[in-house]
Write a protein that binds this ligand. Sequence first.
Ligand SMILES: Nc1nc2c(ncn2[C@@H]2O[C@H](COP(=O)(O)OP(=O)(O)O[C@H]3O[C@H](CO)[C@@H](O)[C@H](O)[C@@H]3O)[C@@H](O)[C@H]2O)c(=O)[nH]1
Length: 483
Amino acid sequence: MAAPVSDVPRMGVEMMLERIMGAMEKQNQELTELRRECSDLRSSNKSMEIMLQNIAQQGRSNSPGGLSPSVGRERARSPFLPRHSSTLQTVPSQISITSPTRELSLQSFPYTDDREIPGFYVVIPAGGAGTRLWPLSRENHPKFLLDVNLCGNSLLQSTWDRLLPLAGPSRMTVVAGPAHSEGILGQLPNLAASNLFTEPGPKDSMAAIGLAAAILVKRDPDAVIGSFAADHMISGEDAFLSAVAEAVEVAKEGYLVTIGIAPSHPATGFGYIRLGDRLNLKSAPHSRLVSSFKEKPDAHTAAKYLATGQYRWNAGMFVTKASLLMELMKENCPSLYEGLMNISDVWEDEAARKVALEEVWPMLEKIPIDNAVAEPAAAEGKVAVIPATFGWDDVGDFSSLAEMLPAESNKPRVLGDPRLVVSEQTAGGIVVPVSGRLITCLGVDDIVIVDAPDALMVTTRARSQEVKSLVKKCREAGWKNLL
Ligand SMILES: Nc1nc2c(ncn2[C@@H]2O[C@H](COP(=O)(O)OP(=O)(O)O[C@H]3O[C@H](CO)[C@@H](O)[C@H](O)[C@@H]3O)[C@@H](O)[C@H]2O)c(=O)[nH]1
């Protein structure tokens, strides 16, 4: 017999309650199971801890000084030193590494002779350690000496190869500190010793590029110089060389010329260039005036700039007559101009140079070229820009390094041997397996793991700019030998 109509809702409620009770019981069983697993995990963690303590103790007793900060250990060397680095260590032999970014590496340029520009000098300022790439970069082996994308060339060597067709070896110059001279000459066998301008200490980009300009204008009063950082990556070599050649044409007209990169996102680590009117030069059809520079804006301002379409990234590339750069320095930072003139007056006399550097260099103003001359000159309508069509990155941190690697869904990008990384549900990060041991990760998105033989660094991509402060902390903790 069918249930009376009034009983139907009551039965529905009872069934629901029954189901809820059943579900609760199941949950309780699962919770009990979970508790048991947790307890198992805790006890296995405990035994693992004891095992690790034993291993650490054994390690300490096997190595004099153990792993304690700075005791009797040689300064560390980066495993990312390139193959052609005569004085430096290479990638450990037990790891077979193929370049995942080979497409970014330099292809041999087909126009070597055609592209040479008479009277054009390349200046490569090689300063800064690239601390945010620690533990790959070290003080003795800064970013520019490293083969960060495992293409077989360091960033410096790639910079050299890229620009060589325009200037030829005799007009290629480098400005760097004394600690890196040996490494630079080892990596660039065709760099003339007289074209390596060694500065006694870091005084920022104006003094470095200004020193080269002051020396070169004495060697060749009509010199046009182009300064290009030693540690940037460029894709689209042909477009790059065309942009530089166009910049040289504009420089000959008496402008300080920069090359503006089309911004892909509102970066806060770069300077921005606001495009001005077109210059309408026949020899340089893309050239425009720079209406202003803005150094490293906040994210909100950067996003506003991008929305206008009127801004380009400042890639720190400057092309100009050396004589104009000297004039701009004289106008805007006269004491720096005086100091560099005094040094360059005696540069070709080694003994007199040594004395002048000792006396004058420490007194020089420390200021970036952007603030020293580019900004004030732009306000006077003396700066031009060639909007670039090539790809550029300053490879400033592990996050930007990750951007250069091919991505697979739900997997971290691997810089090195992919067989050394096993992961599960780990999206968006970067793992650099250098020590040769297996790295495994589970459920950690956007992670950065750099496993060097002597130091392991773990962070997130979002915080990879802050590796610099981590390095500072390591220094304070006494680990100078690993920095
Ligand atoms: N030799 C030498 N070179 C130096 C020194 N200081 C800086 N440089 C070189 O000058 C260039 C720029 O200096 P950075 O200190 O790296 O500048 P930044 O903060 O990154 O900003 C500049 O470059 C950005 C692009 O990377 C730009 O976006 C920004 O506007 C600015 O021009 C780099 O090639 C760096 O190696 C120095 O004391 N000595």
